[in-house]
Design a protein around this ligand. Structure first.
Ligand SMILES: [Ca+2]
Ligand SMILES: [Ca+2]
Ligand SMILES: [Ca+2]
Ligand SMILES: [Ca+2]
Length: 489
C-alpha cells in the first residue's frame, strides 16, 4: 500500500471507530434518558454529622455532570433488608431559571470548594478533596427552581418516609442561598450544622399561602474557612419546591432518613432486621430571620414506641463473635450506643428435655417478644430453639424454652431476642428476616449441663403417679395390718 492508501485506510478505520463510538454513546444516552437511574443506596461513611450512616443521599450524577433538564429526572436507590428490597425514588422536575433563560444544574461533590461544610459532616473517603460522596445539585451564577418528590417501596409495597433531608451542599455567601418550600402542614427542623470559627449564617423562615419556606443563606458573608452551613429535615413532607441561587456555585443536597436495627451475632445466625422509625422533636427555626447557630437549636430524636431494654439504636449491622458490635456502636443522635445493657446470665445451666426460663426481659411498648438460644451449638437458631411468644404490655416478660434433646454444653453460644408490634408478630416467627417494628438484641452466653435436673413430669402423669403411690402405700398398710393381726399375709 502506498503512503496515501495507508493514510486513507487508517482514516477509514478512525472514522469507523468514531462512528461505532457515536452509536454506543447515543445508545447509552437513550438508555439514560429512558430509564430512571437505579443504584445502591448511598450513605456517608465518614464525617462528624449526627446521622452518618442513616441518610440515604440522592446521587444525581458524577461530579460536575451537567443534567438534562428537558424532562423530569428520577433517581432510585436500592437497598436490601432481611431479603426485602427497599427502593427510594426521587424525582425533580419543572425546572425554571429566574429572569428567564435556560436553567442548568450539575451534580456536585461537596468539598469541590474548600469552604463547603457538608463534606465535613457527611462524606465518603474523607473531607474536601478526599470526599467521593456526590450528593449535591449545583447552580452556577443563576437561580434555578424545581419541584422535588420522593417515595419509597418495600418489595413493591408503599414504605413510609417521614420526610426528607435538605442541606446546604456548598458554602453560601452574599446573595447565594438554598431554599425549600413545603406545605405548611409539614415542619422544618434543623438537624445538623457545621462551622469551624465563631461566624454565623442566617436561617430565614417564611410561612405564607399554605407553604412553609426555609432558606439557608449568609448575606453578611460572615464565612469561616469551613461553613457555616446547615442541614434541615422537612418533617412530614416528601415533596415541595427547591431553589438554588448561585452567585458563583451554590448547591443543595437531598436525602431520606432510613434507620434499621440489625442483630450482631455471627452471620451464620441470619440477618434479623427491624425497621426503627425515629421521629424528631424541636429544632424548628423561628419564623423570620435567625442565626443558624446563635438563634437555633437542633432537633432531637424520639425513641420508637417499641424497644428492648432502655432504647434501640439503628446501625448497619456488625456481626461479631462476641455479639457486641451493636453494643459497641458510638452514642449519637439516636441515643446511647449501647442499647443492649440487659444482658442474660453469663452461663445458663440446663438439661436436655428440661426447660429454661429467662425472666425479666425488659420491653417498652405493647407487642410480642420471642427468643432463640443455640442449644446444640450448630451456629443456627433451629425451630426447636425458639421460646414461646410472650406478650409485652410495657415492663418485662419471661421467656421459656423446652431444651432440645441434642443439647450441647458449650462455652460460647448465643441468645437472640426479637420484639415487634402485635400486628407484625408473624415477622418474628423466624430468627431472621425483616420486621417492620421493634428491635433485635443478640447476646453471648455459655451453656452448662445441669447435673441434677429437676425431672419434668406432665401434670396428668403426676396425678396418675400420685394415685399409684397411694395405692401401693395402701397395699403395704393392709399387708402390715394383716401381719400384725396374726393372719397369714
Ligand atoms: Ca441497635
Ligand atoms: Ca449485641
Ligand atoms: Ca435495646
Ligand atoms: Ca442450633
Amino acid at each position: 500500500m502506498s503512503r496515501n492508501e495507508r493514510a486513507a485506510t487508517a482514516g477509514d478505520r478512525t472514522r469507523g471507530r468514531l462512528a461505532v463510538r457515536a452509536v454506543v454513546l447515543a445508545t447509552v444516552a437513550i438508555v439514560c434518558v429512558i430509564l430512571p437511574q437505579s443504584a445502591s443506596a448511598v450513605v456517608a461513611t465518614g464525617g462528624n454529622g449526627r446521622f452518618v450512616g442513616a441518610i440515604d443521599w440522592v446521587v444525581w450524577g458524577t461530579n460536575n455532570q451537567t443534567l438534562d433538564l428537558s424532562g423530569p429526572i428520577t433517581r432510585m436507590s436500592t437497598s436490601t433488608y432481611g431479603g426485602q428490597t427497599l427502593v427510594v425514588s426521587c424525582t425533580i422536575s419543572n425546572f425554571a431559571r429566574a429572569g428567564g433563560g435556560t436553567p442548568t444544574l450539575r451534580a456536585y461533590r461537596s468539598g469541590n470548594w474548600g469552604g463547603d461544610a457538608l463534606d465535613e459532616l457527611y462524606n465518603i473517603g474523607g473531607e474536601d478533596g478526599a470526599n467521593t460522596l456526590v450528593n449535591g445539585l449545583s447552580a452556577f451564577a443563576q437561580q434555578v427552581s424545581f419541584d422535588f418528590a420522593c417515595n419509597a417501596t418495600l418489595d413493591g409495597n408503599p414504605y413510609p418516609l417521614n420526610g426528607l433531608v435538605f442541606a446546604d451542599g456548598e458554602q453560601s455567601t452574599g446573595n447565594e442561598f438554598v431554599s425549600g418550600e413545603i406545605a405548611d402542614s409539614a415542619t422544618w427542623r434543623l438537624i445538623d450544622r457545621n462551622r469551624d470559627c465563631a461566624n454565623d449564617s442566617r436561617v430565614l423562615r417564611t410561612v405564607a399561602g399554605g407553604t412553609d419556606t426555609l432558606r439557608l443563606d449568609n448575606p453578611a458573608s460572615t464565612l469561616c474557612p469551613t461553613g457555616p452551613a446547615g442541614v434541615a429535615f422537612a418533617d412530614g413532607a416528601t415533596s415541595g419546591r427547591i431553589t438554588v441561587n448561585g452567585g458563583g456555585v451554590s448547591a443543595v443536597a437531598l436525602g431520606a432518613v432510613l434507620t434499621f436495627d440489625h442483630g450482631d451475632a455471627p452471620a451464620s445466625y441470619g440477618d434479623a432486621v427491624h425497621a426503627v422509625q425515629f421521629s424528631f422533636t424541636g429544632g424548628v427555626p423561628p419564623v423570620g430571620a435567625s442565626a443558624l447557630f446563635g438563634g437555633n437549636t437542633l432537633a432531637d430524636t424520639t425513641q420508637p414506641s417499641l424497644h428492648l431494654g432502655p432504647s434501640v439504636d439503628p446501625e448497619a449491622g456488625t456481626a461479631t463473635a462476641g455479639a457486641d458490635g451493636d453494643d459497641a456502636s458510638p452514642t449519637g443522635a439516636f441515643g446511647p450506643g449501647d442499647d443492649e445493657t440487659d444482658d442474660p446470665p453469663a452461663t445458663i445451666t440446663v438439661a436436655a428435655g428440661g426447660s429454661y426460663t429467662l425472666p425479666g426481659v425488659a420491653c417498652t411498648g405493647t407487642g410480642s417478644v420471642a427468643g432463640w438460644i443455640d442449644f446444640d451449638g450448630d451456629g443456627v437458631f433451629g425451630g426447636d430453639e425458639r421460646s414461646q411468644t410472650a406478650a409485652c404490655t410495657t415492663g418485662s416478660v419471661a421467656l421459656t424454652w423446652s431444651v432440645p434433646a441434642d443439647l450441647a454444653p458449650q462455652p460460647t453460644s448465643y441468645l437472640r431476642l426479637r420484639f415487634a408490634r402485635n400486628s407484625n408478630a408473624a415477622q418474628i416467627a423466624a430468627p431472621s428476616g425483616l420486621a417492620l417494628s421493634g428491635e433485635v438484641e443478640d447476646h453471648v452466653l455459655a451453656i452448662a449441663l445441669d447435673p441434677n435436673p429437676v425431672p419434668l413430669v406432665d401434670p396428668r402423669l403426676a396425678g396418675l403417679v400420685a394415685l399409684l403411690l397411694a395405692m401401693i402405700g395402701g397395699g403395704v398398710y393392709s399387708v402390715r395390718r394383716l401381719r400384725s393381726s396374726g393372719q397369714p399375709a
